[in-house]
Design a protein around this ligand. Structure first.
Ligand code: IPD
Ligand code: CA
Length: 267
């Protein structure tokens, strides 16, 4: 088995196990079940986030003790190999808290900084998206492809908002400018799932400012392997400043709509 496939196998097994843990705990969760907050008092962590990340770290450590791990809740663990794991135990924690079935475990493996394998698993729906670099993208084992949409006015575009109030005010103002030019907007509440939606044509495009590497790494690889372009403004790489994802026939139009509005800034 090639290295990306070996890494993917471990990522999928681990994501499914963590997914079972968070799904089983979901019924005991209420909107009061917040165990900590992060950037703002609405940026929440539940005990399920912490428990799922601990499980994922343990499984990755057991199988590959030399690899580094960056997890949203647990931070960095250094490693001596060229492989680094990026882990979001629950992407879409606010959906999870409210019982909205749009949350996912996201695990990516990078070699020398480039994502080579990734899985996004939604335990509430049983959907598992996977990709390896150069090996295509799949939903539950079936190949997937971006929508092929080439008209901005027909494009369904997903986006998301940061937790910080100043940033959100700016994001809302940008949205107001964009809405008349596209078919409609969706705010599903989990960045990794938004990227997988681009990958399978469930939406035509996506943009967001402020993602962490754990939100982005697996979903971006899956979207790229499904034929989408994933980038930032003016040829920049996708990153915390901005992510734009769309099929090649739509990317430039979405980029050019966004660019003058400077969606990569907060003021
Ligand atoms: C959040 C979700 C959301 C996005 C936020 C992320 P979390 O991740 O992906 O859709 O808009 O920027 O922080 O906090 O649920 O892991
Ligand atoms: Ca998270």
């Amino acid at each position: 088995m090639s290295e990306p496939n070996t890494l993917l196998k471990l990522a999928v097994e681990t994501a499914l196990e963590a997914g079972e843990l968070i799904r089983d705990r979901r019924n005991a969760v209420t909107t009061m079940a917040v165990s900590a907050t992060k950037t703002t008092f609405t940026d929440v962590v539940t005990e399920s986030d912490t428990a799922a990340e601990a499980l994922i770290r343990e499984r990755l450590r057991q199988a590959r003790p030399e690899d580094a791990i960056l997890g949203e809740e647990g931070g960095w663990s250094d490693g001596g190999s060229a492989v680094r794991w990026l882990v979001d135990p629950i992407d879409g924690t606010v959906n999870y808290l409210y019982g909205i079935p749009q949350y996912a475990v996201s695990i990516a493996a990078q070699r020398d900084g480039d994502a080579v394998a990734g899985v996004v698993h939604n335990p509430a729906t049983g959907e598992t998206w996977t990709a390896t670099r150069g090996g295509g993208a799949f939903l539950n084992g079936e190949p997937i492809h971006e929508s092929g949409c080439d008209r901005l006015d027909l494009a369904l575009v997903a986006t998301g908002f940061g937790y910080d109030a100043t940033r959100r005010a700016r994001q809302a103002a940008i949205l107001q400018q964009i809405l008349p030019s596209v078919r409609d907007i969706r705010r599903a509440g989990a960045a990794s799932l938004d990227l997988c939606s681009v990958a399978m044509g469930r939406v035509d495009g996506y943009y967001e400012r402020g993602l962490g590497p754990w939100d982005l790494a697996a979903g971006a690889l899956i979207a790229e392997e499904a034929g989408a372009v994933v980038g930032g403004l003016a040829g920049a790489q996708a990153g915390p400043e901005l992510v734009i994802a769309a099929g090649p026939a739509l990317f430039a139009a979405l980029h050019d709509l966004l660019a003058p509005l400077r969606p990569d800034g907060d003021v």
